[in-house]
Design a protein around this ligand. Sequence first.
Ligand SMILES: Cc1ncc(COP(=O)(O)O)c(C=O)c1O
Length: 407
Amino acid sequence: MNNLITEIEEAEALYLDLKTRQLKVDLTRGKPDESQLDLSSGLEGILQGQTIVDGVDIRNYGEPRGLDSCRELGAEILGCDKDYVLAGGNSSLNLMSQYISSLFFHGSGDGPWSSKERISFLCPVPGYDRHFRLSEEFGINMIPVELTGEGPDLESVRELVKQDQSIRGIWCVPKHSNPTGEIYSKEITEGLLKISKEAKQNFKIFWDNAYAIHDFKDSIPLEDIFSLAKDIDALDSIVAFASTSKMTYAGSGIGFLALSKFNLDLFLKHYLALIIGPDKVNQAKHVKFFKKNGGVISHMKKHAEILKPKFELVDSWLSKQDYGSWTKPTGGYFVSFTSEEGLAKEIINLASGLGLKLTPAGATFPYGVDPKDNIIRLAPTACNIKELDTAMEIFVCCVALATLRNH
Ligand SMILES: Cc1ncc(COP(=O)(O)O)c(C=O)c1O
């Protein structure tokens, strides 16, 4: 007991000391830092007046599926056949939104979703806050399912899809998942496809491969879900997404959508009402830029050189202390920290008192509710190493203080 009191007093003294430093740091959003953005400065002026690419004038309307060579780029990133790929505007999140809209207008061979009483999605947790926000915006009912470290718990997915036919989709971030960093195993990927095939309702896998080639060290291959799906005649169950947001400019990259011919035709009914053609100038710039720089993988190695030390720094701070558990991602943009139950909000509040902004507690859960209040998403990419060091000093202090007070 005396030891505990001393430890609390020490943690409080450190907290007050940090407070006097009037710090200001932010670990909220998974954004590239300035030096990562600088890696793509070669995009500017790269076309040198070139206006014809793949036989079309890139300045004009047209090519709603995107430039051929850009679709090839998307296929390389997604690890699938080019035939499935559409290259769109600057954001994959926007394509997700447009794809879901298309389902509300046209359905997927099962009538428009707008005519259904209820549409539900399975949401592996913790997950990407914007998937949840988008679902909420569409009035989609969200049902959390646990992640296992290599994808969602298949038994739960199977049971839920069987029991509740309003479940029409599952959000998946199959590689370096946001925020757990996990990579879906082949078994789980095949299991999901099998469930979609067996489902009585139309059930789609929203395969958001946002971190497809964002590895810190060697390239880690992911199964081509389209090939696996083809083997069991389940191609219509998958809709995949990716983008160059974390490869070139986050606000000015290319979003990709990949889907079967059947799904594409239905999607185009909606999409062609919205656009006459994507920004092909930007698409051409990207294709030329990656070619000039030895390809996407070689470019991503430069990002890894900037990112890896940041993730090592986070891990070294967390390893020096005694509380909670955390993920050790091999790529991507996040670390997920698990505190003792009931402490996430408290830790985040304490951190805020010292000038450290963290993603709000619950953000990685549907409706913003983390039932155990123990998950904190750390996004170490946007700040520089010095700021990150300060942020982690604050974080571990707050974790210790909240945990000790809880004992
Ligand atoms: C899993 C996931 N999907 C999509 C996005 C956003 O992608 P985009 O910039 O292409 O809209 C992010 C960004 O953080 C993400 O983490």
